[in-house]
Ligand binder design. Structure first.
Ligand SMILES: Nc1ncnc2c1ncn2[C@@H]1O[C@H](COP(=O)(O)OP(=O)(O)OP(=O)(O)O)[C@@H](O)[C@H]1O
Ligand SMILES: O=P(O)(O)OC[C@H]1O[C@H](OP(=O)(O)OP(=O)(O)O)[C@H](O)[C@@H]1O
Ligand SMILES: [Mg+2]
Length: 391
């Protein structure tokens, strides 16, 4: 028989207030029923009978503090969407470039909760937070799944010493005969939804969870837990507390994501257009951030011949092949092209290899410039979003 702790399982009911106003609490939602003799209106998670509450502005939730806050503001700034916040304790702000958007600074978990309750329309948080507090709710849609910061993983870790010295995988951990109904594996975690789900999916039967708000890595040494399930980035905190990750123990790889309420995108006027603009700006900036633009001169008999030489090199094919333009000069009274200028984009990490390949085919005067944006044709993520929305 499986045994999972009920220590943090949400209460399934609370005592009822006077008969005309009932409140019940389920795992995810608050349901208010206000009845009068004439009518009964149901508000589920701030939405009236599944319809969103009318308002003019699009509400965008951003992390108010913690490690995601600064990087989120930097990303928006890099996309020319600077947030104007008069002072850091003011929780509402504007993005002058998006006149219909109101920014609300919230704790990451509250951003997810408020997307579900209909009080926010869009948000930026870590995928771990969406998964933990969103609990697979279909109203949450990931619009951009890789904003390239806040990288971490949710991972199970055990002590390097004692009974775990020779345990290096989830399978080996599960097969330890000592875990029983009476003495289950004790896991400390802040991820009280994803933790039990992961253990259940991986067939770990005798597990009990406890929770704390931080510094979970101390729990095994304090004798409170056998293992922890927490976010890992550099691995320093685990190392300093003599803990190790195990094979098969990663629950989730996470980074910052742009997330939206499906109902808001479909029902709220302007929400989809605004999301499209934000998505396009993010995509254009993030694509450009990985690339350099290279211009170089090449001698050659024609643009086609120069292009052929460039395309023979694996790192030089550019976004859609090279742009080749003649460098015109006057020779014996006639205008002629002995040289061609080529323009290509290359991934930053392939820069030096690309310069070497350019030189090998006769390139000279190589100039490297950073790129700010690459606006391509319609982005795959936009098409994906429309298809998720059934549009
Ligand atoms: N060590 C880390 N390295 C990189 N990103 C991380 C790390 N820890 C957390 N994150 C990411 O940053 C998000 C916010 O983490 P942060 O610790 O700032 O806030 P929190 O855990 O929600 O709040 P608090 O720690 O105050 O309870 C996490 O949800 C995760 O996506
Ligand atoms: O692998 P590392 O780079 O060492 O990072 C991992 C640590 O970062 C987070 O804690 P945070 O700094 O948010 O402190 P908290 O425990 O107070 O939330 C996380 O909960 C880990 O403890
Ligand atoms: Mg933290």
């Amino acid at each position: 028989m499986s045994q999972f702790s009920s220590a943090f399982t949400a209460a399934s009911s609370v005592s009822l207030p006077p008969p005309s106003f009932y409140v019940s609490v389920s795992k995810r939602s608050f349901i208010y029923c206000c009845s009068s003799p004439q009518s009964t209106t149901t508000v589920v998670n701030g939405k009236f009978d599944g319809k969103i509450v009318e308002r003019d502005e699009i509400r965008f939730g951003l992390p108010s503090k913690g490690r995601m806050a600064g990087d989120t503001l930097d990303l928006l700034k890099d996309c020319q969407l600077s947030v104007k916040q008069v002072n850091p304790r003011q929780y509402v702000a504007q993005i002058p470039q998006l006149s219909n958007v109101e920014v609300w600074f919230q704790r990451p978990r509250d951003i997810v909760r408020k997307l579900l309750s209909g009080d926010l329309d869009l948000g930026i948080v870590g995928l771990d937070t969406v998964s933990e507090y969103g609990r697979g709710d279909e109203d949450l849609i990931i619009v951009h799944d890789a904003l390239k910061y806040g990288d971490c993983r949710l991972s199970l870790a055990i002590p390097k010493y004692g009974i775990f010295e020779n345990i290096n995988s989830l399978k080996e951990l599960a097969q330890m005969p000592r875990w029983t109904i009476d003495r289950p594996l004790r896991v400390a975690t802040g991820f009280t939804y994803l933790g039990p789900k992961f253990m259940q999916e991986n067939g770990l039967k005798h597990v009990i969870f406890s929770t704390a708000d931080g510094a979970l890595e101390a729990a095994p040494a304090m004798g409170i837990a056998d293992a922890i399930l927490d976010l890992v980035s550099s691995g320093t905190t685990l190392r300093e507390n003599i803990l190790k990750e195990i094979e098969g123990g990663v629950v989730l790889e996470s980074q910052a994501v742009l997330v939206a309420s499906r109902k808001a995108l479909i029902q709220r006027k302007g929400a989809l257009d605004t999301t499209h603009e934000i998505l396009e700006r993010f995509e254009a900036h993030l694509r450009a951030a990985d690339q350099f633009m290279i211009t170089a001169n090449m001698s050659g008999s024609s643009a086609e011949e120069v292009a052929e030489r460039v395309l023979s090199q694996p790192s030089l094919s550019g976004l859609q092949g090279p742009t080749v333009s003649p460098v015109l000069c006057k020779r014996d009274g006639k205008v002629a092209a002995d040289y061609y200028a080529i323009v290509i984009c290359v991934p930053k990490k392939a820069l030096y290899k690309s310069v070497q390949q350019l030189r090998a085919i006769g390139g000279s005067g190589v100039l490297i410039s950073p790129l700010t944006y690459i606006f391509d044709e319609e982005t795959p993520r936009w098409r994906e979003l429309l298809s998720k929305l059934g549009l």
